[in-house]
Design a protein around this ligand. Structure first.
Ligand code: DAH
Length: 342
């Protein structure tokens, strides 16, 4: 028992002086091995301890266990200190100057995202449900079901990106979502779809091969042009935050509506003519009309029972007007100077 006690004491002393002299991780690993490995100093002490009488075990056990714990804790603490010391040295040799802090530039939402969010909110408050369709679309949804059969000259009005898969294309307008929505829900319905469309065209300041459109479709009983005009006027007044804006309507032709119209808006940017409205005081906004009976039939809706209106406008163009963007190509240029303005 006395021998065990004196061995324990000398092991303690050896450990604390060895630990104090350590300055590298390798040295620490070696120390750990000397004390804690299978045949290390602690294991040897343990053998001696086991040989003690139960009474002696009771009198030295607590101290012995505490020492074993202490070694583990001390080695771990030393390891952490050694790992951190290069970092601490670096910090001390190059103190941080808190006054040199410069805030990082903040990110912002893309103007298209801002406009989509705002428009979606307006559409929802007006009772539209948001609908979606694929950008890689089937010919039938983009053309045939919208009363534009393969031989129809209107197919040439929109230059189409055909893809190698037969009867598939990049949708040329969001009107294709009309058919998908009518297949999914029975009337009465009011849906709107915002999304990208593609045209195989040369690009310039006003044309891009990809841009955003917004489509609207309402199907109910006894829908008339008056419903269409009231809806468009309200929508545009909300979008431009100006409820004095007026619309005017000109007859036009789109195969999927009859009658078809084009709708202009009084220029939201001036009162006496400006470059945006080309000094005319009017801005062309959208195509629209009453849904053609053939379109209703394609979606298995009885045109004797139901009628509806539809409209579609180029959202990208509205964004350019709203923010005074003079070249459509800026929108996808990823130029930081451009994006920082929003
Ligand atoms: N899809 C037409 C286009 O891309 C726009 C359009 C016109 C949509 C009349 C409509 C509509 O829903 O009724 O030029």
């Amino acid at each position: 028992m006395e021998r065990f006690k004196s061995n324990l004491l000398s092991t303690k002393k050896t450990f604390s002086s060895a630990l104090a002299s350590i300055s590298t991780l390798q040295e620490l690993t070696a120390l750990e091995a000397t004390f804690l490995e299978k045949n290390g100093l602690i294991a040897q002490l343990l053998q001696e301890f086991k040989a003690l009488s139960p009474e002696n075990k009771r009198s030295c056990g607590t101290e012995f266990n505490a020492f074993r714990e202490e070694i583990r804790t001390a080695i771990d603490a030393k390891k952490n200190a050694l790992l951190l010391s290069p970092v601490n040295n670096r910090i001390q040799s190059r103190p941080i100057d808190v006054t040199a802090y410069k805030s990082e530039p903040k990110g912002s939402l893309h103007p298209e995202t801002l406009a989509i969010q705002e428009l979606e909110n307006i559409l929802i408050t007006m009772g539209f449900q948001l609908a979606e369709g694929p950008e890689l679309e089937q010919e039938w949804y983009n053309f045939d079901a919208l009363n534009i059969p393969a031989t129809h000259p209107a197919r040439d009005m929109q230059d189409t990106f055909w893809v190698p898969q037969p009867h598939h294309l990049l949708r040329t307008h969001t009107s294709s979502v009309q058919i998908r929505a009518m297949q999914q829900q029975r009337p009465p319905l009011a849906i709107s779809a915002i999304g990208r469309v593609y045209r195989c065209e040369a690009t310039d300041a006003c044309h891009d091969y990809m841009f955003l459109q917004c489509e609207g479709l309402v199907i109910d009983k006894n829908i008339s042009l008056a419903n269409l005009f009231a809806t468009i006027k309200t929508l545009l007044q909300k979008l431009f935050h100006n409820n004095t804006l007026q619309i005017r309507v000109r007859p036009s032709y789109f195969p999927f509506v009859e009658p078809g119209v084009e709708i202009d808006l009084t220029c939201p940017f001036c009162s006496s003519g400006c470059p945006t409205c080309k000094r005319s005081r009017w801005i062309e906004i959208c195509g629209a009309g009453l849904v053609h009976p053939n379109v209703l039939r394609a979606a298995n809706i009885n045109p004797q029972e139901w009628s509806g209106f539809a409209f579609g406008f180029g959202l990208t163009r509205l964004i350019m007007l709203k923010y005074g963007i003079d070249d459509i190509r800026h929108l996808h240029s990823a130029k930081i100077e451009f994006l920082q303005q929003f």
